[in-house]
Design a protein around this ligand. Structure first.
Ligand code: GRG
Length: 301
């Protein structure tokens, strides 16, 4: 990424600015829900921090397509809502059964299983409200396409399908192809939707959409490989979630199948592939996405 790293693009500044934009929009997206317990449970998880990678990818893709990223903000919020609800449900005793998320007790530990499930449901449905009813200035045809993308990614063809396959594979020998299926659905699909939805709102043409699909597929898998590596190498304190969980749950991971070094190499190759896909486009406009691809593999949490 010589040309880009040599450019004057201030990636830390970009990340910080985008995060503030996203945090403010997330805060404003939740109204005075009743009863109060539901309101608190929704806010507790949605405003608990996190890298906010998904909404930022959405905004960056919109910009690369030549759009005004402010128009993509409600969709960016919707994507973070779907991500957050999937974390709440993933942490439940019936699923991954975890106590720690984003550095604090999981939603069900604070509010109980029933409210955690319902807060997740409310965030998922609010995501569709954000796109269909709270996205002023975006052509209805684009919003309809975004709603379609979100339906696919949240449902059986996306997160739910990946999660069920993951649950079924616990404690079993899993080959690389099945592992890739799980990760492309559980993790990759949503990251891809972030990029695609941002690009759709930005008015991307077919050529850019194709390139962004290659970019997103590659970063999606790279993201999960790094997640698997961090589960082994990082502490719970740094991660903000229980480290070593894959081993405890007897899950197949990239480090387990390929070893740490080979997993790292695979993630690096995927990031190269992602960057190559969008490098033919305006480098200045592509800089955020090029840096975000690097960030995904260089992160420590
Ligand atoms: C969407 C209807 C619907 C159901 C959800 C529970 C479930 C079905 C799917 C599980 C999806 C899941 C939890 C995948 C793991 C993805 C992952 C690697 C999350 C960590 O993402 P980060 O590191 O987290 O970006 P932060 O906290 O930074 O946002």
């Amino acid at each position: 990424m010589e040309e880009v790293t040599n450019s004057s693009f201030d990636f830390p500044g970009y990340l910080a600015k985008s995060k503030i934009l996203v945090e403010t929009a997330l805060d404003a997206s939740l109204g005075p829900e009743r009863p109060e317990q539901l309101r608190e449970a929704m806010r507790y998880s949605l405003l608990a921090g996190g890298k906010r990678l998904r909404p930022i990818l959405c905004l960056a893709a919109c910009e690369l397509a030549g759009g005004d990223s402010k128009l993509a903000l409600p969709t960016a919020v919707a994507l973070e809502m779907i991500h957050t609800m999937s974390l709440i449900h993933d942490d439940l005793p019936a699923m991954d059964n975890d106590d720690l998320r984003r550095g604090r007790p999981t939603n069900h530990k604070v509010y109980g299983d029933a409210i955690a499930i319902l807060a997740g449901d409310a965030l998922l449905t609010r995501a569709f409200e954000m796109v269909s009813l709270r996205s002023p200035g975006v052509p209805p045809e684009s919003l309809l396409k975004v709603v379609g993308e979100l339906s696919l990614v949240a449902g059986a063809p996306g997160l739910v399908g990946g999660q069920v396959e993951d649950l079924e594979c616990e404690g079993k020998e899993v080959d690389l192809e099945t592992l890739e299926f799980i990760h492309l659905h559980k993790t990759g699909a949503l990251l891809k939707a972030c990029v695609t939805c941002g690009a759709l709102i930005g008015g991307a043409n077919k050529e850019l959409l194709n390139a962004l699909t290659t970019y997103a597929n590659a970063i999606g898998l790279a993201f999960q490989i790094i997640d698997d590596i961090l589960d082994v190498t990082a502490s719970s304190d740094v991660l903000g979630k229980t480290a070593g969980k894959d081993l405890i749950s007897d899950k197949t991971t990239y480090p387990k199948l390929l070893g740490l070094d080979e997993s790292r190499r695979k993630a690096d190759l995927l990031v190269q592939k992602a960057k190559s896909a969008i490098q033919p486009f305006d480098l200045k406009a592509a800089a955020p996405l090029l840096y975000l691809a690097e960030f995904i593999t260089n992160r420590d949490r």
